[in-house]
Design a protein around this ligand. Structure first.
Ligand SMILES: [Zn+2]
Length: 269
C-alpha cells in the first residue's frame, strides 16, 4: 500500500522534473530562435557559435543555465561576456512549462499552452530587440492551436470551448485591427496577428480569461509605460513595443482570468 503511494508520488515528481528539463532545453533552442529569426538565418544550421570570436560552442558548454554559470558568463575561447539573458530565457521557459503542467496536467492542453509559452518567450525577446513579431513564428501558431484544440474537443466530445476559441480569436483580431487602423503609431499589424492567436487561447479557457487577459495587456502596458516615461528610461514615442504586454496580459488571463472574473462579477450579485 505504502509502496504504491510512494511510486505514485515518485511518478508525479518525475513528470515535473522531466517537464522542467524539457523547458530548459526548449529555452536553449529559443535563444537560437531569438538571435537568428530576426536576422533571417536558419535555425538548424550552422551550429551555435560565439558572436565575438566565432568559435563553435562545444556541446559540453551548451547545457542550459549550468554552462553559463560554470563559464562565469564568459566565452571559453575569447572570454567575451555572454549576456545573462541566455540562462534567464532558459530558466523562464523551464518555470513556465512547470506552471503549465500544474494548471493543465499532462495532455493535449499541456502541449498547446507549453507551445504558447515558448513562442511567447521568443516573441517577447524579439519584439524588445527589434520591434517586430515575425510571421514565421506567429502564423504557424494558428495551425498548431487549431489542430490541438480540435483534437482535444474530439477527445472530450465538448465542442463549445472550440467555438468560444474561434469567437475569441476573431474578436481580439478585429479589435486590434481597428486599433491599428485608427492609431497607426500605436499598434502594428504584427500585434493584430498575435492578437488572433492570444484570443483563441484565452477564448478556449472561457469568457473570464478572454476579458481579463485582453484588459490586462493595456493595464500592465500602460502602467509600465508611464513608469518608463516618467523615469526617463524611454524618451521617444513608440519606444516601447506592445507585443510583450499582450503576451504578459494573456499569461495573466490564462493563470488568473477565471478567478479574477468570478471575483469581479461576484461583486454585483
Ligand atoms: Zn568567443
Amino acid at each position: 500500500m505504502t509502496g504504491d503511494v510512494l511510486a505514485e508520488v515518485g511518478q508525479w515528481w518525475g513528470t515535473y522534473v522531466l517537464v522542467a528539463l524539457l523547458g530548459l532545453v526548449v529555452g536553449s533552442f529559443l535563444n537560437v530562435v531569438v538571435w537568428r529569426v530576426p536576422r533571417d538565418e536558419s535555425i538548424r544550421f550552422p551550429p551555435s557559435a560565439c558572436p565575438s570570436c566565432g568559435h563553435q560552442i562545444r556541446s559540453r558548454d551548451n547545457i542550459p543555465v549550468l554552462s553559463w554559470l560554470i563559464l562565469g558568463g564568459k566565452c571559453r575561447d575569447c572570454k567575451a561576456r555572454i549576456s545573462a539573458r541566455y540562462p534567464l530565457i532558459e530558466l523562464l521557459t523551464g518555470v513556465l512549462f512547470v506552471l503549465v503542467l500544474w494548471q493543465f496536467g499532462l495532455g493535449l492542453e499541456f502541449v498547446a499552452f507549453a507551445y504558447l509559452a515558448a513562442i511567447g518567450v521568443a516573441l517577447t525577446a524579439i519584439d524588445l530587440d527589434v520591434h517586430r513579431l515575425p510571421n514565421v513564428i506567429v502564423l504557424p501558431a494558428y495551425v498548431v492551436l487549431a489542430v490541438l484544440l480540435i483534437a482535444q474537443s474530439a477527445v472530450t466530445g465538448d465542442w463549445w470551448p472550440l467555438a468560444r476559441a474561434a469567437i475569441g480569436g476573431a474578436s481580439l483580431f478585429a479589435f486590434y485591427f481597428l486599433a491599428a487602423i485608427l492609431y497607426p503609431g500605436g499598434m502594428g499589424f504584427g500585434d493584430v496577428k498575435l492578437a488572433g492567436v492570444l484570443g483563441i487561447a484565452l477564448g478556449w479557457l472561457g469568457w473570464g480569461p478572454l476579458v481579463v487577459g485582453s484588459f490586462a495587456a493595456f493595464l500592465v502596458g500602460g502602467v509600465v509605460g508611464v513608469i518608463l516615461l516618467a523615469t526617463g528610461r524611454v524618451k521617444r514615442k513608440g519606444g516601447i513595443p506592445f507585443g510583450p504586454w499582450m503576451i504578459v496580459g494573456a499569461a495573466i488571463g490564462v493563470a488568473w482570468g477565471q478567478s479574477l472574473w468570478n471575483a469581479y462579477t461576484g461583486m454585483f450579485t
